[in-house]
Design a protein around this ligand. Structure first.
Ligand code: NAP
Length: 176
């Protein structure tokens, strides 16, 4: 938890925990994208929105007509304080980003990429990881870190398929 906000990671990874190649995702899974949108957008309190927190490379990889991600508070991490991200708020450190979660913010979802996942996976405040496990192998140059043992076995929340590529939605909850 960060100041009463749940802190989650959401990621899609292949069987080797590959998550990206050449600054993009090496797959195009429509149902998975829908799942991502549902999980990161839904709130219990209709007056609140979730924060989606991402690295600058991930922001750059979202097509301009799809950003900012709608109905969510978009926060982009960069060490360049002059960086302009239309429709999003820029933060120059994780600490600064977390301070942007206010009383209108419900949960915080870290949505990538590799650099940001690495930093947040090791944080004791991380409450859970939504992992879409893709049953295939892609040639990735960016990978998800090893999930700490403190998360135990995941809960399988179902699965789906796009263009003959199947995948499962797993949820790792911090134990104890
Ligand atoms: N499969 C998935 O679910 C998924 C999700 C998201 C992304 N991806 C993929 O992951 C790849 C991108 O990952 P990446 O590791 O290359 O880049 P990234 O994590 O998206 O962004 C890295 C950049 O974010 C900024 N940054 C990161 N940590 C920071 C910190 N603590 N403080 C200030 N700034 C910080 C820096 O920006 P500056 O250089 O501007 O300082 C850094 O160069 C792409 O291939 C993308 O498609 C996959």
């Amino acid at each position: 938890m960060i100041n009463n906000h749940n802190l989650y990671i959401i990621v899609a990874a292949d069987q080797e925990f590959g998550i990206g190649r050449d600054g993009k995702m090496p797959w195009n899974l429509k149902n998975e994208l829908k799942h991502f949108q549902e999980v990161t957008t839904k709130t219990e309190d209709p007056d609140k929105q979730n924060m989606v927190l991402m690295g600058r490379t991930t922001w750059d990889s979202i097509p301009e007509n799809h950003r900012p991600l709608k109905n969510r508070k978009n926060v982009v991490l960069t060490r360049n304080s002059d960086f302009v991200a239309d429709g999003a708020v820029v933060a120059t450190s994780l600490e600064e980003a977390f301070l942007l979660a206010d009383d209108k913010t419900e949960d915080i979802y870290v949505i990538g990429g590799g650099r940001v996942y690495s930093d947040v996976t090791s944080m004791p405040q991380l409450d859970g990881i939504y992992l879409t496990q893709i049953h295939d192998i892609f040639e990735c140059d960016t990978h998800f870190p090893v999930i700490p043992e403190s998360f135990g076995e995941p809960v399988n929340m179902g699965g789906s398929e796009d263009d003959d590529i199947s995948y499962n939605y797993l949820f790792y909850k911090r134990q104890g």
